[in-house]
Design a protein around this ligand. Structure first.
Ligand code: NAP
Ligand code: G4F
Length: 337
């Protein structure tokens, strides 16, 4: 089996590539041209991947890639995925995250219509939620240019399925995190700061809305659901979530608490980090995925936070000491004091 992944250099792309390689797939990853390569997240599997240059902004490059590779499965994870940037770059976000989906679907339609297609939709589409919890039938009310672009990507996927009978599905995934999460997202921003503060490299953390609530899961669990959706007899859309929401404040409390610190002493509120329109509370109902796909999350909230803090502590300890023995000693000290 051949799978093509856009966004392979991102958090989800790297976990999905690992998962598919372990299943025996030949994995092709779309990368865009850049003056410096940023392949950190896939460095450990680089020799088991085939990287192809293409861009969601460029129809010709997508068609060429599909024509040559003829993948059985296509996972469209590429996007401008950071919500605040979508206010600063609304048109580019619409192109990457919205119209890019149509370019990919058009390439599939003309160059490999038999391929199964997964679109990375988002709980951000629910925005100012119409009901709680949110399921596959909950109406959308996006609150950012990113959310609007994802709604477009979602509907065009459904439309191409219905218009051209493509096997095209949309996974509506709630927030999912990991040690590979980008440093600008709130979870990783917190765990990174906890590590730096614990090791004496920083003394405060500026955050925006501490009361926002998200249904946070572990990225490694969520990429399995993407694959499961493409193994079904019929193409359908699924919500993927844990069914439990926590606030940013609770996340910070657990992350700081894990290394014996009180978040209240370090977290400073910065009004510059508040958003023009906020999504206050997301909570997903993934019962359809649980009953039809047999999917369920395996890593819990606290376990995931601890994994992220540990990884950031290791990263900074290693960079600071550059010595294997002293490194593990410091890590143990940091965790036990
Ligand atoms: P991420 O870490 O920000 O990765 C985004 C990926 O998209 C990167 O590989 C990036 O490549 C690539 N990309 C950006 N613009 C592109 C373009 N024009 N052409 C081709 N590739 C492009 O995002 P993630 O957290 O892994 O999320 C994966 C997908 O799921 C995204 O579509 C995101 O919107 C969606 N999603 C994420 C979550 C979540 O909680 N993580 C929840 C719901 C939905 P570069 O390395 O070159 O920048
Ligand atoms: O971590 P965030 O930036 O993630 P957000 O906006 O929920 O978006 C993520 O999840 C979506 C799924 O619902 C994805 F589609 C999207 O691609 C992305 O992966 O912010 C989470 C919450 C927000 O309410 C924000 O206002 O945390 C709040 N927050 C408070 N202080 C902060 C900060 N967010 C960031 N990034 N930085 C802060 O300092």
């Amino acid at each position: 089996m051949k799978a093509l992944i856009t966004g392979i250099t991102g958090q989800d792309g790297s976990y999905l590539a690992e998962f598919l390689i372990a299943k025996g797939y030949r994995v092709y990853g779309v990368v865009r041209r850049s003056s410096t390569e940023k392949y950190d997240r896939i460095a450990h599997i680089r020799d088991r991947l085939v990287l192809v240059q293409a861009d969601l902004l460029d129809q010709v490059s997508l068609s060429q890639a599909l024509k040559e590779i003829q993948p059985d499965e296509i996972y469209n994870l590429g996007a401008q995925s950071f919500v605040p940037t979508s206010w600063a770059q609304p048109v580019l976000t619409a192109e990457f995250t919205g119209t890019g989906v149509t370019r990919m679907l058009e390439a599939i339609r003309s160059d490999c219509p038999q391929a199964r297609f997964y679109q990375a939709s988002s709980s951000e589409m629910f925005g100012m939620v119409r009901e709680t919890p949110q399921n596959e039938k909950t109406p959308f009310y996006p609150r950012s240019p990113y959310g609007v672009a994802k709604v477009y990507g979602h509907h065009i996927t459904v439309n191409y399925r219905e218009s051209y009978r493509l096997f095209a599905v949309s996974g509506i995934l709630f927030n999912h995190e990991s040690p590979r999460r980008g440093l600008e997202f709130v979870t990783r921003k917190i765990t990174d700061a906890v590590a730096r503060i614990k090791l004496g490299l920083a003394d405060e953390l500026k955050l925006g809305n501490l009361d926002a609530k998200r249904d946070w899961g572990f990225a490694g669990d969520y990429v399995k659901a993407m694959w499961m959706m493409l193994q079904q007899d019929k193409p359908q859309d699924y919500v993927i979530s844990t069914g439990i929401a926590h606030s940013v404040r609770e996340f910070a409390e657990i992350a700081f608490g894990f290394v014996g610190l009180d978040y209240k002493k370090y977290v400073k509120l910065d009004s510059e980090l508040l958003r023009p329109a906020e999504v206050d509370h997301l909570l997903g109902d993934s019962s359809k995925a649980r009953s039809e796909l047999g999917w369920r999350p395996e890593v819990g909230f606290r376990e995931m936070i601890e994994m992220m803090v540990e990884a950031d502590l290791q990263r900074y300890s290693y960079g600071k000491l550059m010595d294997e023995n002293r490194y593990s000693e410091t890590k143990t000290k940091a965790l036990s004091s």
